[in-house]
Design a protein around this ligand. Structure first.
Ligand SMILES: [Zn+2]
Length: 351
């Protein structure tokens, strides 16, 4: 059986669309026909080699998606053929099978991890799948693999934002927008969105931000202090993946218990600088691992919220492309041309 996949051969080179042979399922593995895949900054960083040396080249990519189970390996009990599933990089219940190998027609090997989604069919480790109800649209479900669990998870699990808390979200891509959605769900106020693109800020306002700051037009800190009467916000989230933004987000939280969460990634080896006196005054800073998400607990909860029209996932999806357009999509993303989350839609028919 074959699959069509976008393969990274060399750092900073376009992905190659290849036909690969799907290996026989090992115990704990699941074959999924992918419906939609998300694309994150994380994959852009992987392609640019910003995560350090890549010893797995050539390899497949993608860590967020939705699809339908085609076959299961021995011992898989979480899903069965025909089930609709979310594919997520965040580990849940079930077997962890960290790698799989696909073969090209010439016999050479392409590496794959526990999850890959830039392909029409993929072998996935059981613990990266969550079964969803068939009435949940697969298009919106794809966002539940990374953007929503990370962004909303930071608000709901990591920070436990309450009604009336103030929050600033730096960087309103997929994760930042998901955080805005969850902050609105919890009735946080104000919800301040910071970005350098007006089209992204406008979408942030549409999904719940109460104040918008374009950081390319002056220091966002000055405006945040003005909005909060000089106090600073209760919470700040950094989802832009920039050093200066991380430092600003930390500065933006109030003394005596304000908490800043870093969700963005810097270049391998890059550092941020903090004034320790800010820590003494009670500003706090932490990181996050996927919004402290338990996929088996949280993804069904997000689906219930979506079905009750409380989590407006549809509004986050602004662009859809085909797998053949993946390099164009990556280029548009890296230039900030995608307003919200973009999805890769896989063909209905097999390759
Ligand atoms: Zn991601």
């Amino acid at each position: 059986m074959k699959t069509k996949a976008a393969v990274l051969y060399e750092i900073n080179e376009p992905l190659q669309i290849e036909e690969l042979t799907i290996p026989e399922l090992r115990s704990g593995q699941v074959l999924v026909k992918i419906a939609y895949s998300g694309i994150c900054r994380s994959q852009l960083n992987e392609i640019r080699g910003l995560k350090g040396q890549d010893k797995f080249l050539p390899h497949t990519l993608g860590h967020e998606g939705s699809g339908i189970v085609e076959a299961i390996g021995l011992g898989v009990s979480k899903v069965k053929p025909g089930d609709h599933v979310v594919l997520t990089w965040i580990k849940g219940k079930g077997a962890e099978i960290p790698s799989t190998l696909y073969k090209k027609a010439d016999g050479s090997v392409v590496n794959s991890g526990a999850i890959s989604t830039f392909m029409t069919k993929a072998v996935i480790s059981e613990n990266r799948l969550v079964k969803i109800p068939p009435e949940m649209p697969l298009r919106e479900a794809a966002l539940l693999g990374c953007a929503i669990p990370t962004g909303a998870g930071i608000v709901l699990n990591t920070l436990r934002v309450q009604s009336g808390n103030s929050i600033a979200i730096f960087g309103v891509g997929g994760i930042g927008l998901s955080a805005v959605l969850a902050a609105r769900l919890m009735n946080a106020t104000p919800i301040i969105a910071v970005d350098v693109f007006d089209h992204k800020l406008k979408l942030a306002r549409d999904v719940g931000a109460t104040h918008l700051i374009n950081a390319s037009q002056g220091d966002p800190l000055t405006t945040i202090m003005k909005i909060t009467d000089g106090r600073g916000v209760d919470y700040a989230i950094e989802a832009a993946g920039r050093r200066e933004t991380m430092e600003s987000a930390f500065q933006a939280v109030r003394n005596n218990g304000g908490l800043c969460v870093l969700a963005g990634n810097l270049l391998h080896g890059e550092r941020i600088s903090l004034d320790p006196f800010d820590l003494i005054k009670g500003k706090q800073i932490i990181g996050t691992w996927g919004g402290e998400t338990d996929p088996d607990r949280d993804i069904p909860q997000y689906i219930r919220l979506y079905q009750a029209s409380k989590l407006k996932l549809d509004e986050l999806i602004t662009d859809t492309f085909s797998l053949d357009e993946i390099n164009k999509t990556i280029d548009m993303m890296s230039k900030g041309k995608i307003t919200g989350r973009c999805l890769i839609e896989m063909p209905e028919q097999d390759c």
